[in-house]
Ligand binder design. Structure first.
Ligand SMILES: NC(=O)c1ccc[n+]([C@@H]2O[C@H](COP(=O)([O-])OP(=O)(O)OC[C@H]3O[C@@H](n4cnc5c(N)ncnc54)[C@H](O)[C@@H]3O)[C@@H](O)[C@H]2O)c1
Length: 262
């Protein structure tokens, strides 16, 4: 098999949590679909996912919208059952959803309720969706799990880049993103011999019309000199999903323009 064929996802079934989201979600789903996968996107709104899947189908790809609330165990199992019934198996699981509403306020403002909401959506949700799909992957002897972490799972925020803005960086975010990276290594070590690989991608800040002082300070600090754009994560996702990365597991691939090299 030639190298380009090894990047192909033709015939693979891929699920992207929050895969219809306007930033990373849709960028990831589009990349997997372009590489040939059947893509299923799922988050709390079935309508939103169905609508996005329809857009991908109009563009000639194979995509389907489903529903999941990652803070609800029963909802995760329903998604698993529906997906397996319709498609027979799952080859690629991309965990991109983020319980953003739980990540509210700086340390002084956070409450047990906000910690628990981020824990339910991000910790419990991540464990349970992996738990739900792993047995099917190990039974088939093939699977690639890709967890979307962040530079802030590896290093702290640099408080100076937020100066002159009212942007708030909740510490629960760093907490869950760091946990995600080491959970990924656990998956890699326990399921590798059964054919399942697990890797993280840790992106830098996505340009989303943030306040001008932030964008300026971010771009000045990051070695590549700009924020992350719509297609910057796509190559990494296809690489880690495909056989091109067959011997890579437990890795945390920084897609950060060099942010963590400083
Ligand atoms: N935006 C950035 O600059 C950035 C940088 C680094 C990493 N990331 C990571 O990339 C991933 C995607 O981020 P984004 O900014 O594109 O997403 P986002 O914040 O726009 O969207 C998060 C998505 O998660 C979904 N979601 C929230 N709670 C859920 C639940 N209980 N069940 C199911 N779905 C739920 C939402 O519907 C939404 O689509 C996240 O994991 C984030 O931490 C983002």
């Amino acid at each position: 098999m030639g190298i380009l064929d090894r990047f192909s996802l033709r015939g693979r079934i891929a699920l992207v949590t929050a895969g219809a989201g306007p930033l990373f979600g849709s960028s990831i789903s589009q990349a997997l679909a372009e590489a040939g996968a059947t893509v299923i996107t799922a988050s709390r709104s079935r309508d939103r996912n169905a609508q996005y899947a329809e857009e991908l189908r109009q563009a000639g790809y194979d995509a389907h919208g489903m529903q999941v609330d990652l803070s609800d165990s029963a909802s995760i199992l329903r998604l698993r059952d529906e997906l397996i019934e319709r498609f027979g198996r799952l080859d690629v699981l991309v965990n991109s959803a983020l319980a953003r509403d739980g990540h509210a306020g700086r340390l002084e403002e956070q409450t047990p309720d906000t910690w628990m909401r981020s824990a339910a959506g991000d910790f419990a949700g991540l464990f349970q969706i992996c738990q739900a799909f792993l047995p099917g992957m190990t039974a088939k002897g093939r699977g690639s799990i890709i967890n979307i972490s962040s530079i802030y799972g590896v290093v702290s925020n640099d408080p100076t880049i937020y100066e002159g803005t009212d942007m708030v960086q909740p510490p629960t975010y760093n907490f869950v993103k760091a946990g995600m990276i080491n959970f990924t290594r656990y998956l890699a070590c326990y399921y590798g011999k059964q054919g399942v690989r697990a890797n993280c991608i840790s992106p830098g800040g996505y340009f989303n019309h943030q306040p001008a002082p932030f964008v300026e300070q971010y771009c000045k600090r990051v070695p590549i000199g700009r924020m992350l754009g719509n297609d910057d994560i796509q190559g990494a996702v296809v690489f880690l999903a495909s056989d091109a990365s067959a011997y890579i597991t437990g890795e945390n691939l920084m897609v950060d323009g060099g942010w963590t090299s400083l």
